[in-house]
Design a protein. Structure first.
Length: 259
């Protein structure tokens, strides 16, 4: 995820490849990163990155955030903007190890950032400025769309758009399997399933119509769609999605509480 943001930083002109400095625990990970971003400088020292950064992106898992913060707490300069993409880790937890007044921002991106189609939301910490908001907006806009939200909404964002691509991949896989069951070749079924999801999403975004209106436009009286929709409702489709978002939102809060 952090690699996608680094690529976005280059694309949006926030930084050149040569201005980027990244750390990871192993030289193997860093070698892979250098293949993606040839000009990037790399190190296995988190504190070396922290000492030099103007914009410091923390892209570790929530479970190792405390250790990563401990590595860098003495090295972050007062003028550095600290941005975390970790699920659940709060602005308060992010700011705590640093000197009072350190500017922190929490961002929740998603993997479609890798192809410039991400959906991200972010919240500013107490000391972050309007210019910081503009910078973060620029960064996330380079990899998709960014929305400013109050921090209390970020776990819900995680449950929806952070984890959401995985729900949609599961839906595409299930639709493909179902189409194979009723006779379509898998290669065609998988393309049709993915394009149906992409096309329907694009209809919502480009027409601005309520999804229910768009659904009604597909649904002929006594037709196939009404039959399909009735089967979805009978099998708890909406409830399953609601439970997925809710479980992921709770897990995000839990991850924050335990890190
Ligand atoms: N994968 C996703 O869809 C999304 C992930 N996130 C968040 O992004 C963060 C990273 O997730 P991914 O990119 O999926 O994981 P990842 O495993 O691909 O990346 C984590 C990186 O952290 C490095 N690392 C591990 N321990 C370290 C340490 N002590 N110091 C420095 N580097 C260390 C690893 O080498 C690895 O390169 C997580 O906090 C996650 O909650 C946020 C939105 C979406
Ligand atoms: O599964 C996770 O915890 C991360 C956060 C959002 C998407 N992936």
């Amino acid at each position: 995820m952090a690699t996608a943001l680094a690529e976005g930083a280059v694309r949006s002109g926030v930084a050149s490849e040569e201005q980027l400095l990244a750390s990871a625990r192993t030289e193997d990970t860093l070698a892979q990163l250098r293949q993606r971003i040839p000009g990037i400088r790399t190190t296995t020292s988190n504190s070396e990155v922290a000492e030099q950064a103007d914009l410091l992106i923390l892209g570790v898992k929530p479970q190792v955030m405390a250790a990563a913060l401990a590595d860098i707490r003495g090295s972050v300069r007062p003028q550095t903007l600290v941005v975390s993409i970790a699920a659940g880790v709060t602005l308060e937890q992010l700011a705590k190890p640093f000197k009072r007044g350190t500017r922190v921002v929490r961002v929740m991106p998603n993997t479609p950032c890798l192809i410039g189609k991400g959906a991200a939301a972010f919240s500013l910490g107490e000391h972050a400025t309007k210019d910081d908001a503009k910078l973060v907006e620029l960064l996330v806009s380079a990899v998709g769309e960014g929305y400013a939200v109050p921090e209390y909404q970020l776990d819900a964002v995680t449950g929806l758009s952070g984890s959401g691509p995985a729900y949609v991949y599961t839906a595409i896989e299930a639709l493909t399997d179902a189409a194979v069951r009723v006779g379509l070749p898998r290669a065609v079924a998988s393309q049709l399933a993915a394009r149906t999801v992409a096309g329907a999403a694009e209809m919502v975004l480009s027409t601005g119509k309520h999804p229910a209106v768009l659904r009604d436009e597909v649904t002929s009286p006594g037709g196939t769609t009404a039959a399909g929709l009735a089967a979805l409702e009978a099998n708890g489709f909406r409830h399953a999605l609601a439970e997925a978002v809710s479980a992921a939102e709770s897990r995000s809060r839990e991850l924050g509480e335990s890190s």
